[in-house]
Write a protein that binds this ligand. Sequence first.
Ligand SMILES: Cc1cc2nc3c(=O)[nH]c(=O)nc-3n(C[C@H](O)[C@H](O)[C@H](O)COP(=O)(O)O)c2cc1C
Length: 186
Amino acid sequence: MSKPSEVAVLVGSLRKDSINRKLAKALISLAPPSLVPGLVELADLTLFNQDLETNPPASWVRFREAISGADAVLFVTAEYNRSVPGMLKNAIDIGSRPYGHSVWNGKPAAIVSASPGAIGAFGANHHLRQSLVFLNMPVLQQPEAYIGHADKLFGADGGLVDETSRTFLRSFMQAFADWIATQAGH
Ligand SMILES: Cc1cc2nc3c(=O)[nH]c(=O)nc-3n(C[C@H](O)[C@H](O)[C@H](O)COP(=O)(O)O)c2cc1C
């Protein structure tokens, strides 16, 4: 049996009570044994400025190392104004440079987006896909995961309370594991 795949899980929200952070934790808990998912924090990332590349901030170095060391990336994101929240775009930009040394290159990815609204942050999900095409990340196509009315899915302790969602999210993580294995040639 091949070794489990390390999955960097990035949350597109900094909010303390973030739905997407709760969702990311639920996805981590529902992953099959072939995946070892872990959150990579984005809160301390210095805003990208190409001038800083001569002496990159410690937060950039830490982040680039974390993504380099992962076999795959799971994005769990909120939607701001029908697009990707700026803090997540900032992380993507930091990982993409210096030119020719992108830490994203070739890593299998999957996207889950969530919102209290009805369309489950579809706009952010697809804007993110646009960047991942350029970054050469093979992204899981199906199942798509636009989690609408997501504020209703979690209890007071932050745990998932909706059984239909639990079943779907478990199957999503299995599909992602299968996708990662396919990309690795297993
Ligand atoms: C600046 C801003 C823009 C937002 N734009 C959208 C939007 O385009 N679509 C949407 O469904 N929700 C939008 N929302 C509402 C978010 O979906 C909601 O705040 C959600 O809880 C954010 O995810 P989080 O709980 O993981 O932080 C927006 C919220 C903020 C603060």
